[in-house]
Design a protein around this ligand. Structure first.
Ligand code: SF4
Ligand code: SF4
Length: 224
């Protein structure tokens, strides 16, 4: 289970500033359990976007947005609505946002932050990974996570060691994550997003939230 929390509406509207027509994806997996991406939240978001002057061309709530084959099968049934959309808003964890971005060829914005729980959990995922950093930056990186796609967790572009073949200098079996981000942004016509400079990550957001640390379940796991 990946725990997500909806980003403030102002931040989401900021992502959508230059776009009018939006398609919304929700997730019936962890996001529904987190209360961030099930059908009720998708309908609330649709209303909020419409109030803000956006047109919602359609929406879909998929069982597991982290599963690219499932997302692809839903995309097929929504071709018209997706074609009419300037971008997609994905109401789910970082893995789900990356999966939608990978298969849709559309600008995909994250509606949520994925919160750290600590430890490993069973997840059905492909090549997409999320470090649960608590402050999702996928909007700026074409839906590829720099914290998991780059061996050095760099936030502001490539380290300079990328090989001529576009592999990572740390592990040449691996594609350079920042090359992949550049290529994705280029394909989406968003290379100018690379001009934004990020402050270092706030590591306090990478700790499990205080409320969770106080829960009975947490205490049991800690043997307290
Ligand atoms: S930026 Fe990466 S690690 Fe952080 S929430 Fe998004 S996908 Fe997860
Ligand atoms: S080569 Fe690319 S993926 Fe590897 S550490 Fe440098 S920027 Fe990150």
């Amino acid at each position: 289970m990946l725990l997500s929390q909806q980003k403030p509406l102002e931040e989401i509207l900021g992502f959508l500033e230059r776009e009018k027509n939006i398609f919304i994806f929700g997730c019936n997996g962890c996001a529904e359990a987190s209360g961030t991406g099930g059908k009720p939240q998708v309908l609330e978001m649709k209303e909020a976007l419409e109030k803000a002057g956006k047109k919602v061309t359609g929406f879909s709530v998929v069982d597991f947005l982290c599963q690219k084959a499932l997302v692809q099968s839903r995309l097929r049934g929504k071709t018209k609505e997706l074609k009419a959309a300037d971008s997609i808003l994905a109401m789910t964890c970082g893995v789900g946002v990356q999966a939608v971005a990978a298969v849709s060829n559309k600008i995909t914005h994250p509606a949520c932050n994925t919160l750290p729980l600590g430890g490993m959990r069973g997840e059905w995922q492909g090549s997409e990974r999320c470090q649960e950093c608590g402050d999702c930056v996928l909007d700026m990186t074409g839906g590829i996570c720099p914290l998991t796609a780059c061996s050095k967790f760099l936030l502001n572009g490539a380290c300079g060691g990328t090989t001529k073949e576009g592999k990572c200098e740390v592990d040449q079996e691996m594609e350079c994550g920042w090359r992949l981000i550049y290529e994705r942004l280029e394909k989406l016509g968003q290379v100018e997003k690379l001009r934004q400079v990020y402050d270092p990550k706030d590591h306090s957001k990478m700790m499990p939230p205080k409320g969770l640390r106080l829960s009975e379940r947490w205490a049991l796991e800690q043997g307290k």
